[in-house]
Design a protein around this ligand. Structure first.
Ligand code: CLR
Length: 454
């Protein structure tokens, strides 16, 4: 599998394999939950939230039926759904074009928020979550390093890239909308097929639950995202439009990629719930790409690409002259990203999210005792045992409180197990540095368990 890999890429891949990261992941990812349908009681969000104006999420006690059977740590892992884009980014020879794929990746992270009006489980302090995909060639780890405020430290690694950062959110219900402001910086190291490693950073935009009072809540994601390549000076300014009245502008994202001198090279545009296109920069270009994502339909990603490039589409009759002109003109747009299909599923989970909490006899001996997969409350929720989920959730949170009291009495502080604070060599910001131990310890402990358990 390491054919065509550069020296640096091969070295990383060897490291992933040598540390046994993929042990336990022999079975294909899960495709469905035990439950066919979640029969959670439908309670009005406004009915329960109206007494919580001004509160943040950690201070809200909500009935467990407002939860979904994922944890915030697993929601971070959901960023991994479209890592193919990062592999493609590494293949680009030109740093500016590479940015188009990175921008699409940064936007693709929001596609999973569609129809997910539910509260993920708040991770316990010290809780971890690992997720490996031998078929995609990456491993992922996240640890809850602080409880108040809640902070997760994450790192994903693969032959062609590393992705890491801090998942810390400030949330507040202001009476109309429930706003979630991510604080941390996300880092991407790309090892391109040609040229040296490049370091790229960005911060996530605001997520907001709107339409609470009218009884049709939806998640909106909006704001300006600046994606900076610190190595080459390439920048992408990506704007997530805020949803307007009657849903105008919903999901729209547009951006321009500039080089280190500020010259525009590429345009990016589309909708984060559907498709994103790229195109050589032209002054008129971004709104056309958004229009394109609305008018040109297609199913298979490359199928669409072909149709778009030749200007042919099933829905051609509905295509505006503006888009037709773009398709047949110079610098035709190309499809960069397309959302995976979303079949109906319990809790409206995406097919990718369904894979996250799976555990089987192959994996059980390898995961850390702190892994989210072992949380009984979340497992009960996933199986539709909501009352048991609620009592177990209470029990675990009480235990956590007792541990905190104990620490306070002893005057000790919790120390994260797998990450440590450090100053970032490139941005100068404080960040969570992986201490490098997790996978080695996992391999050692896992081997022991396998010996005992089989
Ligand atoms: C958005 C993508 C970011 C990581 C992230 C962090 C917090 C998540 C948010 C995402 C999506 C929306 C979210 C939020 C926490 C709470 C909120 C799940 C995944 C839900 C919709 C709030 C539900 C409201 C309750 C009162 C029921 O990279």
């Amino acid at each position: 599998a390491d054919q065509g890999l550069t020296e640096a890429q091969r070295k990383k891949q060897q490291e992933l394999i040598a540390t046994g990261s993929f042990h336990g992941y022999e079975d294909p990812p899960r495709t469905r939950l035990a439950l066919d349908e979640d029969d959670r009681p439908k309670i009005s969000l406004w009915g329960i939230l109206k007494s919580m104006i001004g509160k943040d999420m950690t201070k809200m006690t909500l009935p467990v039926s407002f939860n979904e059977p994922t944890s915030l740590l697993q929601r971070v892992a959901e960023d991994m759904e479209y890592t193919d884009l990062l592999d493609q980014a590494a293949l680009c020879e030109d740093s500016a074009l590479r940015m188009v794929y990175v921008a699409a990746f940064a936007a693709s992270e929001y596609s999973s928020t569609i129809n997910r009006i539910a509260k993920p489980f708040n991770p316990l302090l010290g809780e971890t979550y690992e997720y490996c995909r031998p078929d995609k060639g990456y491993r992922f780890l996240v640890e809850q390093v602080s409880h108040h405020p809640p902070v997760g430290a994450a790192l994903a690694e693969s032959a062609r890239w590393d992705y890491y950062g801090e998942s810390a959110v400030k949330s507040k219900f202001n009476g109309r909308s429930f706003d979630i402001n991510p604080l941390g910086t996300w880092y991407l190291h790309i090892r391109p097929t040609k040229g040296g490693e490049e370091v790229i950073t960005w911060k996530k935009v605001t997520s907001s639950v709107v339409g609470i009072i009218t009884g049709s809540p939806v998640v909106d994601n909006y704001g300006d995202m600046i994606i900076t390549n610190h190595t080459t000076g390439v920048v992408c300014k990506l704007r997530f439009k805020q949803r307007g009245w009657y849903g105008s502008g919903a999901y729209e994202v547009i951006g321009t990629v500039t080089d280190k001198a500020g010259r525009p090279y590429w345009s990016v545009g589309g909708r984060w719930n559907d498709k994103i296109y790229g195109r050589r920069y032209q002054s008129d270009t971004e709104s056309v790409l958004v229009q394109l994502s609305k008018e040109v339909e297609g199913s298979a990603a490359d199928g669409t690409l072909k149709r778009v490039n030749t200007g042919l589409s099933k829905k051609q009759s509905n295509i505006s002259s503006e888009v037709t002109k773009t398709l047949s003109g110079p610098n035709p747009p190309f499809l960069v990203w397309q959302n995976h299909p979303r079949p109906t599923a319990p809790f409206n989970l995406t097919p990718f999210a369904i894979t996250l909490n799976a555990i089987n006899d192959n994996l059980r001996p390898w995961v850390a005792p702190t892994d989210t997969r072992l949380r009984p409350d979340q497992r009960a929720m996933e199986d539709g045992k909501y009352d048991f989920a609620a009592t177990e959730k209470n029990r675990l949170e009480e235990k956590q409180r007792a541990r905190r009291k104990q620490r306070e009495m002893e005057g000790s502080v919790h120390k994260p197990r797998w990450f440590a604070k450090a100053k970032h060599p490139i941005t100068g910001e404080e960040y969570w540095k992986f201490t490098g131990e997790y996978w080695d310890v996992r391999e050692k402990m896992g081997r022991k368990s396998v010996e005992v358990m089989r």
